[in-house]
Design a protein around this ligand. Sequence first.
Ligand SMILES: [Zn+2]
Ligand SMILES: [Zn+2]
Length: 266
Amino acid sequence: MKIIDAHVHTINSPDGHDTIKDILQNAKDKGFYYLATTDHLDLDLKECKYNKTPVAWNHIDLDKYYEEWKEASKDAGDIKFRFGIEAGFDPGANEAYLETFKKYPFDVVINSVHFVDHYDVYFLNPFIFRSKKKIYRHYLEKILASLDAPYEYDIVGHIGYVTRNAPYKDRSLRLADFKDLIDAILKKIIEKDKALEINTHHGILPAEEILQRYYELGGRRISFGSDSHRMDIGKDFEVVCAMAKRIGFTHFSVYTNHIPEEIEID
Ligand SMILES: [Zn+2]
Ligand SMILES: [Zn+2]
């Protein structure tokens, strides 16, 4: 089985703990085929002053990240080791992303939505004074808008992120509750030929019924990401392979210089 992981944070992310060197060694020990580091680039927070986090949040030093990645990549051996970024979407940051992306040769870009109604939904702030229905709808509307980002991206990150720390007994984001919106998102991912990420950081996102719906609508391009922040690379990869196969998917897409390669799921 070819083990892959296309969503990994290093110590260059403010919430990452592992050096690129250690991650690469871990991937070698585990016999990986493909690994992309994708640190947080949060121009949605840096450039859009209306977005806030309740804790101090440092921003990535891209020059340092790129230098460290280049140095580590000399020892990549047989692993397809790629340079990536997780770009937090906000329409107000589009120009800044366009400018930044000219400067670094990213192999792979994950397009993620973290901020909804001006707060990162990782924290409780946006859930106060809003119904579950309302905040989940705003989250999905922002994902739909993110798919039209004017800069190059390859993977649509962790759909369902809004549920991770939502303060509800039942946090699930159900297809039946937002059918039109979720269908519109999935259809646009297919139309734009992007990869829908299956993310295993906290449980599996998106929910299986959403992945099934994507398949039903004709979606075939998927990506795998552990979203590792602390030596979690490849987390639940086999579980995801079994689930993907059960639904009907046959391949994962991995990216080099934004060009997809199909990796058979066995
Ligand atoms: Zn994320
Ligand atoms: Zn991430």
